[in-house]
Design a protein around this ligand. Sequence first.
Ligand SMILES: O=C(O)c1cc(C(=O)O)c2c(n1)C(=O)C(=O)c1cc(C(=O)O)[nH]c1-2
Length: 361
Amino acid sequence: MTAAFPTPVADENQRLLSPDELEAALRDIGARRYHNLHPFHRLLHDGKLNKDQVRAWALNRYYYQAMIPVKDAAVLARMTDASLRRVWRQRIVDHDGDAPGDGGIERWLKLAEGVGFDRDYVLSTRGILSATRFSVDAYVHFVSERSLLEAIASSLTEMFSPTIISERVAGMLKNYDFITKDTLAYFDKRLTQAPRDADFALDYVKQHATTPALQRQAMAALTFKCNVLWTQLDALYFAYVAPGLIPPDAWQPGEGLVAEAAPVRQAAGTGTVEAADRPRLPRGVRLRFDETRAKHVLLAPERTFDLDDNAVAVLSLVDGSRSVTDIAVKLGETYAADPKVIEADILVMLNDLATKRVLER
Ligand SMILES: O=C(O)c1cc(C(=O)O)c2c(n1)C(=O)C(=O)c1cc(C(=O)O)[nH]c1-2
């Protein structure tokens, strides 16, 4: 089975690195190959992607998130030592939670919903790129088929993730108006989980990579994992940034989204009256001349509003067909005044009446 993943050629002359040298060599792999360096991440973090490109990222990465506990279960299955399993099983709990609605996968679904996706569409993984599936599945196969040391070493990309997560969260919050802190809540927990997991895995690798060949295997495993992450972003870039060739079966912008809420139509009589609106009196409201008091009033069910001369002049022109601007122009002619000034004044007055529900837009 191991032939599927060629290990580096054992070099008998290779000297054994000290644990600290090994750590430095592993960190150097991350410094050169970790996915923070990928152009897609640079665009994502710098606010250079459009909403659909961010959606493509969220959708595809869901598959990675969903398969991480499958990968960790495969690692766990290789551990014959209960004390090791006791530590490793926490990773599965972190992603699956202890109850429905809990855990990292659920938080990633919230992220996907936060950018507009329908939850069931994301869960179905129908729209993910084949390349995402290939990369992630290769990770699961790798840990199932290689040595436990290699399986554990392949998780060491997590040593580098806190930096990229901080950069991503700050960048996305700053640069995208459709991203909120709640949407990115997934990453809050990762900032403590990842260093805890990485410390454990690094100690294990430093202790168990006791020959040059084992050290090289550990380094190769980490390189492989960097490539698992890198190729996922290559695929996203190719399909959704440039040249923008989306494979036939992959998500197309517009698919799998919850219909955007239609703007709530304001109830009659509420909301701001604007210059282009054609105001009218609601049913049951009438402009009347009150003979006994010798003045105009606005009669509404169980209420009467006294009107001054200006209000009467305006309301006598309110008929549901003239716009506020039309009314202002007409009054401007009658009173030889600037219609713009009149318009501003009557908007204040009409909005006051609209608030009292004796005028509709
Ligand atoms: O946001 C990231 O850039 C990032 C990177 C990595 C990583 O380096 O593998 C992981 C995660 N996030 C992550 O959220 C996660 O749960 C995770 C598990 C593992 C792993 O290999 O077991 N890596 C990562």
